[in-house]
Write a protein that binds this ligand. Structure first.
Ligand SMILES: Cc1cc2nc3c(=O)[nH]c(=O)nc-3n(C[C@H](O)[C@H](O)[C@H](O)COP(=O)(O)OP(=O)(O)OC[C@H]3O[C@@H](n4cnc5c(N)ncnc54)[C@H](O)[C@@H]3O)c2cc1C
Length: 379
């Protein structure tokens, strides 16, 4: 039996099946009473848990790079995909780490900061359903917006096609000492902006820019040394800062491939709130006292049309919490009560107590019943 990355979930599947061909995968899927794909196991909850698990690791990477898109085995991590794209093309954004599988990230609406979430780059996908059939869909198809952020519920996503852009470089600079009152105003200061706080004050603001980095940021000052998001930790596992240019894949994430991301021994929760109410939500956040909190990160993401995306229909303020591995239900109750007036949607891949309200949930349920008539991917 295996556990997730954080070690807080032990999967009930006794083994992980590793098909070597698409036909073998189709046979396994069609015969499984209850199945989930295991991506890179970075969710903090039971989303990848089932009686049987399957990985796409045994299938070839099969990366096909076109002028403005790339198609590949959906189980690749962003880090591996970036190696294939190196120097030739780039994605629009990345999460805080390149270690996660593209399919798993897209399944949960994983995001970076400043743009649409990572799933908004999906142009087309191939799905093997519980009957063993292959379904292909592309942007513009009637079901497409329901199929991209799918929570592992619809079948096995075997291939993905993502939009690409010409290769670009990014520079990163950390600012320290920002006053709380300026926090709601910093999110347009660069291509990607992350505010790190332990709630008593603002620790740092990380700016990532595709062109010129600002030299000033309200009353904050540029850091003169590299930083880790958890300020007391060694930044050795972090991407280069201090304005040093580097490829998009080595600056947009906070953490470097080949190193343990973040702290390693932790739990994460995150709530997606309407950006229009960011100022009020940040005032509420400041008042919280959360035992076990290591750091909170504030980012933004653009509205999208993907039914189960936490950013569906609204520009979003993402409020993330990294906790020690201690009981955190009390802290989650406090956060969820404080954010309740803002219609919070929890990040589906992180710990939470209350599910969010999704306008298209009934449509998604109907789609799941149609694509998975056997209920093999039902939670
Ligand atoms: C250190 C750390 C940092 C993080 N940083 C961020 C961040 O910056 N932004 C953010 O939004 N999130 C972040 N996350 C959360 C993470 O991005 C999500 O939990 C993501 O879903 C993880 O993908 P995975 O493949 O590892 O997940 P898994 O747990 O393996 O899978 C997630 C879900 O996708 C399904 N799935 C996976 N592959 C397929 C497939 N091929 N076909 C069908 N279903 C599939 C699984 O069954 C499961 O339901 C972070 C997590 C960690 C541990």
């Amino acid at each position: 039996m295996t556990t997730n990355w954080a070690g807080n979930v032990t999967y009930r599947a006794r083994e992980v099946q590793r098909p070597r061909t698409l036909d073998e995968l189709r046979r396994i899927v069609a015969g499984a009473p209850n199945l989930r794909v295991l991506g890179s196991g970075h969710t903090f909850n039971h989303l990848a848990d089932a009686d049987e698990q399957l990985t796409l690791d045994g299938l070839p990477a099969d990366v096909v790079i076109d002028d403005d898109c790339v198609s590949f085995n959906a189980g690749l991590t962003y880090g591996v995909l970036a190696e294939h794209l190196e120097g030739r093309a780039a994605l629009h954004n990345l999460a805080s780490l390149p270690h996660i599988s593209v399919a798993g990230a897209i399944a949960t609406g994983t995001h970076g900061s400043g743009t649409g979430n990572l799933a908004t780059a999906v142009r087309a996908l191939q799905l093997v359903t519980s009957t063993g059939d292959i379904v292909e869909t592309e942007r513009g198809d009637p079901d497409f917006d329901g199929m991209v952020v799918h929570l592992g519920r619809l079948g096995v996503v075997t291939r993905l096609t993502l939009d690409t852009e010409p290769f670009y470089e990014v520079k990163q600079r950390v600012f320290e000492g920002l006053s709380w009152e300026h926090v709601p105003d910093v999110f347009d200061a660069a291509y990607s902006v992350s505010v790190f706080t332990r709630l008593q004050g603002v620790d740092m603001v990380w700016l990532k820019s595709r062109d010129t980095l600002p030299d000033t940021l309200f009353d904050a000052t540029p850091a003169t040394v590299e930083r880790h998001p958890i300020i007391e930790l060694d930044p050795v596992n972090c991407t280069r800062q201090l304005g040093v240019p580097g490829p998009w894949w080595d600056r947009l994430p906070h953490f470097r491939m080949g190193f343990t991301p973040s702290k390693g021994d932790e739990l994460q929760a995150e709530y997606l709130l309407p950006r229009a109410r960011a100022r009020e939500a940040i005032e509420v956040l400041r008042e919280l006292t959360l035992p076990g909190l290591l750091v909170s990160e504030l980012r933004t993401a653009a509205a999208d049309t993907l039914w189960m995306s936490p950013m569906y229909g609204r520009d979003t303020l993402a409020v993330h919490f990294t906790f020690e591995q201690v009981p955190i239900d009390g802290a989650l109750r406090e956060i969820e009560a404080a954010f309740a007036p803002f219609d919070p949607r929890p990040h589906p891949g992180k710990v939470h107590l209350t599910p969010g309200v999704y306008e298209r949930a009934a449509d998604f349920q109907a789609l799941a019943e149609r694509l998975d008539p056997r209920g093999a991917f039902r939670p």
